[in-house]
Design a protein around this ligand. Structure first.
Ligand code: PMP
Ligand code: GLU
Length: 386
């Protein structure tokens, strides 16, 4: 008889991964679905990175590494973070771990029952899950389509209580693609300092930005001590299957979180770590090419979506998601199922990303232009029948 913990019963399966699993199952049954569900680049990992991995395997680099990561990689991440994120740090401030694992360990390391964590709504699905798994309470701050889904300090202030322990930020955002400006981030940094709130800044889409600049909140004066910055290789270098990311934080935080690493995965996969050094220090042209390609696809998908009656979408500045509003009288969960059956297209329901996501759907345009033209055409036809 299954006797699952209350903790597990309190969280659903990841909405993004569930849709993608369903697409794989239908594919096995011979039903071709055009998938706009999973947020992962459709490009192959650049050759120089794959070659570095093959070399390390051939050299027998196949055993445990130090739990915090190999020194050369920690150093390469720190150098990159100083250069690109303007965060003053060294290798000692880096823990190498998959980005999702980083999130999980951070929730367990800092959150107790009764603690509250502020999140802009909509937000990526796994934040709410890890907050709940740690026994803490997610507190959503609804954002608006009309404001490009940006949460300001004033909006956040209304949600702060004396139990607020942490704020989670994600710019560029999954699912909306919105990018927080320096001014907005500065206001939020001041509020966090005044109210003694720590920040988890998820910057995994930091390079996938088309207009404007990426700003790391930990680069503001006084913010490094209260900020855990997480990022990784998955999106910038088309390396989702490699499971490699990191946390940048004060040394005492890295040591504390590393306790959980030693009791869980021990370390990241060994032979991928020298390849990660190559990703960070080697040529960056493949990364730049992918970003230009994403920009073209954003513009194409946006025009096609805005041409559908009853659908409206704003132009996001980053990531590879569109988050259109629709005015058909159907829940976003039902819409996803309807489009899967009727249009043979997979999208992710907006509601998976929080209450403010109802009435929206998420479309990942990390796929070919042909798929975008055909799939959005199918969506248009199906929606006209509702
Ligand atoms: N943060 C955000 C906002 C994401 O969309 C994802 C999904 N990949 C992750 C973290 C986790 O990244 P990874 O799969 O590299 O662990
Ligand atoms: N982050 C991607 C997405 O939102 C991959 C799936 C997941 O990790 O949630 O689609």
């Amino acid at each position: 008889m299954p006797m699952f913990s209350k903790r597990l019963n309190d969280v659903p399966e990841s909405g993004t991964v569930a849709i993608s699993n369903l697409v794989s199952r239908l594919k096995q049954e011979g039903i071709e679905i055009i998938s706009f569900s999973m947020g992962e680049p459709d490009f192959d990992t650049p050759e120089n990175i794959k070659d570095a991995c093959i070399r390390s395997l051939k050299d027998g680099f196949t055993h445990y590494t130090p739990s915090t990561g190999i020194p050369e990689l920690r150093k390469a991440i720190a150098e990159r973070t100083v250069r690109e994120n303007k965060i003053d740090c060294t290798a000692k401030n880096v823990l190498v771990t998959p980005t999702k694992q980083a999130l999980f360990m951070i929730a367990l390391a800092y959150l107790d029952p009764g603690d509250e964590v502020i999140l802009p709504d909509p937000a990526w699905v796994s934040y709410e899950a890890v907050i709940k798994l740690a026994g803490a309470k997610p507190v959503y701050v609804p954002t608006r389509f009309e404001d490009n889904f940006v949460m300001t300090a004033d909006m956040m202030a209304a949600a702060v209580t004396d139990r607020t322990k942490m704020l989670i930020l994600n710019s560029p955002s999954n699912p909306t693609g919105s990018v927080m400006s320096r001014e907005v981030l500065r206001g939020i940094a001041d509020l966090c300092t005044e109210k003694n709130i720590m920040v988890l800044s998820d910057e995994i889409y930091e390079h996938i930005i088309y207009d404007g600049e990426h700003v790391s909140i930990a680069s503001f004066e006084g913010m490094f001590d209260r900020t855990l910055t997480i990022s990784g290789l998955s999106k910038s270098y088309a390396m989702t299957g490699w499971r490699l990311g990191w946390i940048v934080a004060p040394e005492k935080d890295i040591s504390a979180i590393n306790k959980l690493q030693t009791h869980s995965v021990t370390c990241c996969t060994s032979f991928t770590q020298p390849a990660a050094v190559e990703a960070l220090r080697g040529p960056q042209d493949a990364r730049n090419r992918m970003v230009s390609e994403f920009k073209k696809r954003r513009d194409l998908a946006l025009d096609l979506l805005n041409d559908i009656k009853g659908v409206e979408c704003n132009r996001p500045d980053g990531a590879f998601y569109l988050f259109p509003r629709y005015d058909h009288k159907i829940s976003s969960d039902d819409l996803a199922m309807y489009l899967m059956k009727d249009a043979h297209v997979a999208i992710t329901p907006g509601r998976s990303f929080g209450p403010a996501g109802e009435g929206f759907f998420r479309l990942s345009y990390a796929t070919s232009e042909d798929n975008l033209i055909k799939g959005i055409g199918n969506i248009k036809r199906s929606l006209s029948n509702i």
